[in-house]
Design a protein around this ligand. Structure first.
Ligand code: NAD
Length: 474
């Protein structure tokens, strides 16, 4: 089986220090992965810094052309990339194919966006010419999660290099292969070797070395709130800015006048997509008492007819990413916070599923909003529900966690939809839809324990640059 090595300066950098990449569908190894050391991180950062000094002098047009060429290669290799992603994560193949398409779309979006990214002039009278320019940080680090590896890689790296930075990526321990493949394609597309580097390994060793490196001038992190806080502390010690894209416990608020079939479909899809291992999953269902039975019946029916199996079989639901994640989800079932189990709640039956990290789609009705299951991110195909009587109570329940990533409102009353959008404490709010099919163009990020800073959309260009103000005496 092939070894997955770090990719530095356009070269594979193998090592004898490795760990196995476990297939979550079978529990068997897909091959070994290089456990990147602090020396490798140091070498990669030095290489990135040298490359960035020339890269920052390229024109936006040149960068745009190269990012576009890179997007074309990602599209060319999409099928191969999707297979790697599906094996590493366990996600059904068609979802991995969609992820490859979105990864290419990020490259194209920032290729276009950089051509239209301007500073401003500031009126200071006839004797002074004042203007701003947006300048890159230099070498930026990206430490990413395992749930959407290609998308997370691409959304961070595309905006970073478009604005003139060089990137150093530490993919998640469980899902290293597509990051290396994407970095390799950047060189084939003509981006300079050394601009996009990947050091594989664990968070404690490789991630910590990247975070602490004195020449990494900006950090973007996608992962858990706990590790995000560790990273923010380390960055603060070096006075380095960070974007933290952390967990969520997002609410789907369904009013009595909503299109219940559409709401139920979005709730079920959110729980099933990627096995519910999505930061923005609408995992808390907050429903008006008068339509509670009807809505829960619709969601439960969808859950009971879910097909489950390995990612390669491309069914509705694959395994969770690892046995560790499975144990974590199972742990939540010990205390349902007064809720009633409507469907699911454990591992699916079936001999062929026994070795994998599978968990049934699970719906729990009527949980206490303060219970652990209603407060903490589960990161599995689990939806908890709560009922409300009026709009005020709906807002209070929706805002009753320390997270604030997304929220959705389902109602035919658009005035209420706008009112609720204003009242929800979240970085994105959707009315009568959920997620807008990926939303490459939509600024994304959290409030509270969901993090700070924004990626995606035009705003990411601001995240990866700093403003310089220039004043010239005429
Ligand atoms: P995690 O925090 O365990 O790991 C994330 C990354 O951090 C991995 O690459 C890991 O190796 C690295 N890491 C771990 N310890 C580190 C350390 N001490 N120093 C430096 N790096 C370290 O998260 P996960 O389990 O991989 O991902 C799941 C979490 O990610 C969930 O909470 C989910 O909500 C969140 N997430 C958020 C977004 C978003 O955009 N807000 C997107 C996807 C996932």
């Amino acid at each position: 089986m092939a070894l997955t090595s770090s990719y530095i300066g356009g070269q594979d950098v193998p090592s004898t220090d490795t760990y196995p990449n476990i297939d979550p569908a079978t529990g068997r190894s897909l091959g070994d992965v290089t456990l990147g050391s602090a020396d490798e991180v140091d070498r990669a950062v030095a290489c990135a810094a040298a490359t960035q000094r020339a890269w920052v002098r390229t024109t936006p047009e040149e960068r745009s052309d190269l990012l576009t060429a890179w997007a074309g290669l990602v599209e060319r290799d999409a099928e191969q990339l999707a297979h790697l992603e599906s094996q590493d994560t366990g996600k059904p193949l068609s979802q991995a194919r969609a992820d490859a398409a979105v990864a290419a779309r990020y490259l194209r979006f920032y290729a276009h966006a950089i051509d239209a990214y301007y500073g401003i002039t500031i009126p200071k009278g006839p004797d002074l010419h004042a203007y701003t320019v947006r300048e890159p940080f230099g070498v930026v680090g990206a430490i990413i999660a395992w749930n959407y590896p290609m998308q997370l890689f691409s959304r961070s790296v595309a905006a970073a290099v478009a604005t003139g930075n060089a990137s150093m990526v530490k993919p998640a321990d469980e899902t290293p292969r597509t990051a290396v493949a994407l970095a390799r394609l950047s060189v084939e597309a003509g981006l300079p070797a050394g601009l996009v580097n990947v050091v594989t390994g664990t968070g404690e060793q490789t991630g910590a070395a990247l975070t602490a490196h004195p020449d990494v001038a900006h950090l973007s992190f996608v992962g858990s709130t706990e590790v995000g806080s560790v990273i923010a502390h380390a960055a603060a010690a070096r006075v380095v800015p960070t974007v933290l894209e952390l967990g969520g416990k997002s609410a789907q608020v369904v009013f009595a006048d909503a299109d219940l079939a559409a709401a139920a479909e979005a709730v079920a899809r959110g729980a099933l997509q990627n096995g519910g291992q999505t930061c923005s999953a609408g995992s808390r269902l907050i429903v008006h008492t008068s339509v509670q039975d009807q809505l829960l019946d619709l969601v439960a029916e969808r859950f009971r007819t879910t097909s489950i199996g390995p990612g390669a079989e491309d069914l509705d639901l694959g395994p969770l990413v690892s046995s560790t994640q499975l144990a974590r989800v199972e742990g939540f079932m010990d205390d349902l916070a007064g809720g009633e189990l409507v469907t699911g709640g454990g591992r699916p039956s079936g001999e062929h599923l026994r070795a994998g990290s599978y968990f049934e789609p699970t719906l729990i009705r009527g949980v206490d909003s303060q219970g652990r299951i209603a407060q903490e991110e589960i990161f599995g195909p689990v939806v908890t529900s709560m009922a409300f009587e009026d709009e005020e109570e709906a807002v209070a329940l929706a805002n009753a966690t320390a997270y604030g990533l997304l929220g959705a409102v389902w109602t035919r009353d658009l005035s209420r939809g706008h009112r609720m959008a204003g009242a929800l404490r979240a970085g994105q709010v959707f009315v009568n839809n959920y997620g807008a099919g990926g939303g490459v163009e939509l600024p994304f990020g959290g409030w509270g324990r969901s993090g700070y800073g924004r990626e995606k959309g035009f705003e990411a260009l601001n995240s990866f640059t700093q403003t310089k103000t220039v004043v010239v005496k005429l």
